[in-house]
Ligand binder design. Structure first.
Ligand SMILES: O=C(O)CCC(=O)CC(=O)O
Length: 259
């Protein structure tokens, strides 16, 4: 399986257990900034990358499929000489994680699936969003998107962070964003979940309007053998950013138990 060479930032000891972090649609590797120092301090080698079509990664001509996004991760691991890694993904990143768990189980030491879904309809909503982005650009959806990423209380208290996150969305290449909308539009991993054998933790934000714990987190935790769901209070869709301490604690718990 071939993949594009995604932009990556690698931090921490070269011989530490590898933890790969995968971003949501409309963000890039910077969304995982709150998790880097706590993991590096504990000896993990932290690999953050930009999903194709996002950040500084290539923007190949679409359409993309989930297998392309997963193949990019396998190419990244091969390039880094890593046999097996812990994988942490949020939303689109979590969808990529489920694909890896099903199709490349030997490469996945553990899965932490944050604020995500195995089937996120309705498909027409994603087709409409892609059409809007192709016509008007990612800047047109930045405000609404960030409105789903954090709670109103956080937005009110952190205007500089909101400006930073909006700029991150608006800087996402239009075609990359739209092609990833197509990935989510066509995705249905529900029937494949029982095939996942990696130790899995599902984390949902209690106030996530995009992938609420019920049904999304619950369905994933029910479908993957042995998985459990944690719901974090006062967190919307970009839960790791709004509630970094609790998300980091849970991620560390998952990867430490699976070490
Ligand atoms: O964030 C993702 O990767 C997919 C879900 C989404 O787009 C959240 C939103 O509605 O903005």
């Amino acid at each position: 399986m071939s993949g594009v060479a995604v932009h990556r930032v690698v931090e921490g000891p070269g011989d530490g257990p590898v933890v790969v972090f995968s971003n949501s649609i409309g963000s890039d590797h910077r969304m995982w900034a709150p998790q880097v120092a706590p993991l590096v301090e504990r000896g993990y080698r932290v690999v953050r990358y930009d999903t194709r079509g996002h950040g500084a990664s290539p923007v190949p001509h679409g359409p993309y499929e989930l297998a392309d996004l997963g193949g990019d991760v396998l190419a990244l691991l091969d390039d880094l000489g890593v046999e097996q890694a812990h994988f942490v993904g949020l939303s689109l990143g979590g969808m990529t994680g489920m694909w890896l768990g099903v199709h490349a189980p030997e490469r996945v030491r553990s899965l932490t699936l944050c604020c995500t879904s195995a089937k996120l309809g309705p498909p027409q909503g994603w087709a409409d969003r892609a059409k809007l982005v192709r016509a008007e650009g990612t800047a047109a959806i930045a405000e609404a998107g960030v409105g789903r990423w954090v709670t109103p209380a956080y937005a009110q208290a952190h205007p500089d962070e909101i400006a930073y996150l909006r700029a991150m969305v608006a800087d996402t290449p239009d075609e990359g964003y739209a092609a990833c909308c197509g990935v989510i539009e066509r995705m249905d991993q529900l029937a494949d979940l029982p095939k996942i054998t990696a130790p899995t933790l599902v984390i949902s934000g209690a106030d996530d309007p995009a992938t609420p714990p019920d049904p999304h987190g619950k369905l994933i935790a029910k479908g993957i053998p042995g998985a459990r769901l944690e719901v974090v209070a006062s967190a919307a869709h970009l839960g790791n950013y709004e509630q970094p301490e609790e998300f980091t604690r849970l991620i560390l718990e998952r990867i430490t138990e699976a070490a």
